[in-house]
Design a protein around this ligand. Structure first.
Ligand code: NAD
Length: 447
């Protein structure tokens, strides 16, 4: 689905007119394209007084990626600013690095990035915890101030996880890149030193086998293409009624199609049989299949309530449980569920959908220990407004409001959700477990 308004305010005469009228002007986002630079300009690394050592280590990582790294603000047009706050000991210590960041923000390139690197407040002394938690509020506020498609996100490390841990490095690269175009105002939590930096950053999923449910169209089809681009062999799953579209996606990604209703009693068994017979292994499972049956609760009937819960959360629960019990998962399995901002902030007319999507969040949090024991991770991605067939059915006026109500003033594309899922599926995300990453352009509702 196209966003006509976004196209108009970014071209020719209508661009000028929108500027004169003071209309919102959503930017064309900087998305990943093979061969394009990781960051659109030099990267400035700032730090509070105590975090210099970690800043040096991160700067070395950035230099390894052939980026142009600066340690002091100047007259450059920066592609990104990384602010290292890992050793901050009291709220007053946030001032110096943040004011230095403020001094260079006007020089941030369109599509630029601000990334903070800090530590989780849990178990720290009160003043340390206050400073660490302060980063959260500061980052979310800053992201709302950035313009021209620039985003602000943070990486939060548990104590004991170094800035050179695979997932600290992996998250930094993801957040700097065009792959995180619609991730904004988010803090990605790295809880362990697990995972591994891939041999090839462009094909981190080489040699793996992935299953994507609901892959005949929309976000699911984009996930299948993206996992395939990153090296995975992909099995695409959808209901028999979507068979033709599913076969097209399977051909495109050179994978295989499995026509399957994920709510069927034998869904997990059929999935396992398909994967075992063809590939003999399974590494990544993306529970993307999802449906809406919106109604105010006063008008809700079981035929609208039950299928939403069955497809969106009961099927992922049952399939995940069966896969874990089967013992057929690869050595570092990745399970990813599709939540929604409706499951976080709530949405009128969506008590059923909200229950199912919050349920997915409950599922990943409660399954993290079991996945860790199997050497893997389970996480959820919570999209905001994404331009798909699902959202195309929303009445025009509601849709127009919904797609503008975020810091980037536009809906995301299916590829934006797919990129975050591909990151969570990758070896470099092995230290991220039981988390929810929102892909919502910093949706104003419940942000
Ligand atoms: P979509 O309706 O375009 O596609 C969903 C796919 O799931 C369809 O191909 C459908 O046939 C398939 N499916 C439905 N029931 C199934 C079943 N029982 N078994 C197998 N396949 C089944 O939806 P989309 O917009 O691409 O959304 C994909 C996921 O992202 C869903 O879980 C949705 O809830 C979630 N999501 C979407 C948005 C958005 O703005 N589009 C926002 C938040 C979350």
């Amino acid at each position: 689905m196209t966003d006509t308004y976004l196209n108009l305010v970014n071209s020719g005469f209508t661009k000028k007119l929108a500027k004169q009228l003071g209309l919102p002007r959503p930017a064309v986002l900087r998305r990943h394209s093979p061969g394009a630079p990781l960051v659109p300009g030099p990267v400035l690394v700032l730090a509070d007084a105590a975090s210099g050592k970690d800043a040096d280590a991160l700067a070395a990582t950035l230099l390894d990626w052939d980026l142009d790294v600066r340690r002091h603000g100047g007259d450059d047009r920066y592609g990104a600013v990384v602010v290292v706050l890992t050793e901050v000991g009291a709220p007053a210590e946030l001032g110096a690095p943040m004011l230095e960041l403020g001094g260079v923000l006007r020089s941030l390139a369109p599509g630029g990035r601000v990334v903070t690197v800090s530590r989780a407040p849990s178990d720290a002394a009160p003043a340390v915890a206050a400073a660490r938690q302060g980063v959260d509020g500061m980052l979310r506020s800053l992201a709302k101030e950035l313009r021209a498609g620039a985003t602000g996100n943070g990486i939060v490390l548990d104590d004991g996880v170094g800035v050179d841990a695979p997932s600290a490095v992996g998250a930094l690269r993801f957040l700097l890149s065009g792959r995180s175009a619609f991730v904004d105002g988010q803090l990605v939590h790295v809880g362990s030193t697990g995972g591994a930096v891939p041999a090839d950053w462009d094909r981190p999923l080489d040699g793996t086998v992935a299953v994507v449910t609901g892959a005949a169209r929309g976000i699911g089809a984009a996930i299948a293409r993206t996992l395939s681009r990153d090296g995975a062999t992909v099995v695409v799953v959808d209901v028999p009624g979507a068979g033709d579209a599913l076969a097209k996606v399977a051909n495109e990604v050179r994978g295989t199609a499995l026509q399957l209703d994920v709510t069927a009693d034998d869904a997990a068994q059929r999935l396992l049989e398909h994967v075992s017979a063809r590939y003999g292994r399974l590494d990544v499972v993306v529970h993307n299949a999802g449906i809406l049956r919106d109604k105010l609760l006063v008008n809700m009937r079981p035929e609208r309530w039950d299928p939403v819960l069955a497809v969106n959360v009961t099927a992922p629960l049952r399939i995940t449980e069966a896969l874990l019990a089967s013992g057929t998962l690869g050595p570092a399995p990745r399970v990813i569920g599709l939540a929604s901002t409706s499951g976080i902030a709530g949405n009128r007319g969506q008590t059923n959908y909200g229950a199912s999507k919050a349920g997915v969040i409950g599922m990943v949090r409660a399954s993290a220990t079991a996945l860790a024991s199997a050497g893997g991770t389970i996480n959820a991605v919570a999209p905001g407004f994404i331009e798909t067939d699902m959202t195309a059915r929303i009445p025009f006026a509601t849709r127009e409001v919904a797609r503008r109500l975020n810091s980037l003033q536009q809906g995301g594309q299916p590829i934006d959700v797919a990129e975050t899922i591909a990151f969570l599926a990758s070896p470099q995300a092995g230290g991220i477990n039981g988390q929810v990453v929102r892909v919502c352009g910093q949706n104003m509702v419940g942000a």
